[in-house]
Unconditional design. Structure first.
Length: 186
C-alpha cells in the first residue's frame, strides 16, 4: 500500500490573509487611539468656567479640556513649534497667568459671531468681573488688536482704543526699544 504524501505547507502560507487583516486592524485601532487624545467639549456656552492654565498670552486651557483663544487679539509667540520666542511674548504669557491667578482661576466667557477658529479652539472674550483679559493685554502693549476677524464692531472699537492708548504711551510692543530694534533689521 502506498501512502500519498501531501506536500508540507507552511503555517504562514495558510494563514497569511488572516495575519494581514489582523495587522491592519491593529494599525487602525492604534491610529484611532492615538488621535483621540484629551479633547474638550464640542460646544461651550457663555458662562463661568474653571481654568487649568495659560498656554501662552492669548490661549488658555479650561479644566474641561476646552482650548480658548482670546478673540480679537494676538500676542507675541512663546510656544509655537519651530518658531523663536518673540519680544514681549514671555511678558504677555505672564500677564495672562497673573490675570487668571487674580481671578482665582475662574473666568466668565462671552462669544461673538464666530465660536471656533481653524484649529478648533473656542474664540472668546475672557472676563474677571468687569475686566476683560483680551482688552487689558492690548492696553498693556502686550497684544495687537486684530480687527480683521469676524467679531462685534463694539469690541473692535474697544480694542482699537486700547491699542491707540498703548501706542501713544509707548508700552510693551510699542516701546522705543522695540522700535529701535525693528529699525536695525536689514
Amino acid at each position: 500500500m502506498s501512502t500519498v504524501s501531501r506536500p508540507h505547507r507552511r503555517y504562514w502560507h495558510e494563514h497569511r490573509g488572516a495575519a494581514f487583516w489582523f495587522g491592519l486592524l491593529l494599525l487602525m485601532l492604534w491610529r484611532a487611539y492615538s488621535a483621540s487624545g484629551p479633547r474638550g467639549p464640542e460646544r461651550l456656552d457663555e458662562g463661568v468656567y474653571d481654568v487649568r492654565r495659560a498656554v501662552d498670552g492669548d490661549t488658555i486651557l479650561l479644566a474641561s479640556g476646552a482650548r480658548i483663544r482670546l478673540q480679537g487679539v494676538n500676542t507675541p509667540e512663546t510656544v509655537k513649534p519651530n518658531h523663536p520666542i518673540e519680544a514681549w511674548g514671555p511678558e504677555a504669557s505672564q500677564f495672562t497667568k497673573d490675570f487668571l491667578a487674580k481671578a482665582g482661576h475662574r473666568v466668565r466667557l462671552t462669544f461673538s459671531l464666530e465660536r471656533k477658529d481653524r484649529y478648533d479652539r473656542f474664540l472668546a472674550f475672557v472676563w474677571s468681573g468687569d475686566v476683560m483679559l483680551n482688552e487689558e493685554l492690548v492696553r498693556a502693549g502686550l497684544a495687537y488688536a486684530r480687527r480683521d476677524y469676524r467679531y462685534s464692531s463694539a469690541m473692535k472699537r474697544r480694542f482699537t482704543q486700547a491699542q491707540d492708548d498703548a501706542h501713544r504711551a509707548g508700552r510693551g510692543i510699542w516701546s522705543k526699544d522695540v522700535a529701535i530694534a525693528a529699525n536695525d533689521l536689514p
